[in-house]
Ligand binder design. Sequence first.
Ligand code: RB5
Length: 152
Amino acid sequence: MPAWRIVVGSDDAGFDYKEIIKRDLEGNDAVVSVADVGVDADGHTNYPTIATTAAEMVARGEADRAILICGTGLGVAVAANKVRGIRAVTAHDSFSVERSVLSNNAQVLCMGQRVVGIEQARRNVREWLTYVFDEASASNDKVQEICAYEAQ
Ligand code: RB5
């Protein structure tokens, strides 16, 4: 059983989902720690600051993965992907969530509170925790191409 260290974050447009997902993570046996980089209930930090703060924690090895929520799940993904070594995706359906890990080795899952229903979002997170990238898979060559480009 994996022992995930997860960091969660949202802007104010994603706060409600972030709080619900945080509670789910805290009750999940596969999760050993949940760090919350905000916002808090009356916070108004813009999504780029939240997303890059969480992504930097993953890049530094302080967390294994991140969940980021904004209105659409788009801005947080764009921002998180600016952090070296981070592969962040926006995914709202089970198949994309699965492939984000098994094909793309993404460490950051982004969702939009204005886009997906809360029960699908919660399911996406539960399923996401069960997937582990296989470095011996054919997908690894492609992920390594991304890493090589980034290292240029
Ligand atoms: C609100 O600022 C909204 O633009 C934001 O939550 C997000 O959807 C951006 O991608």
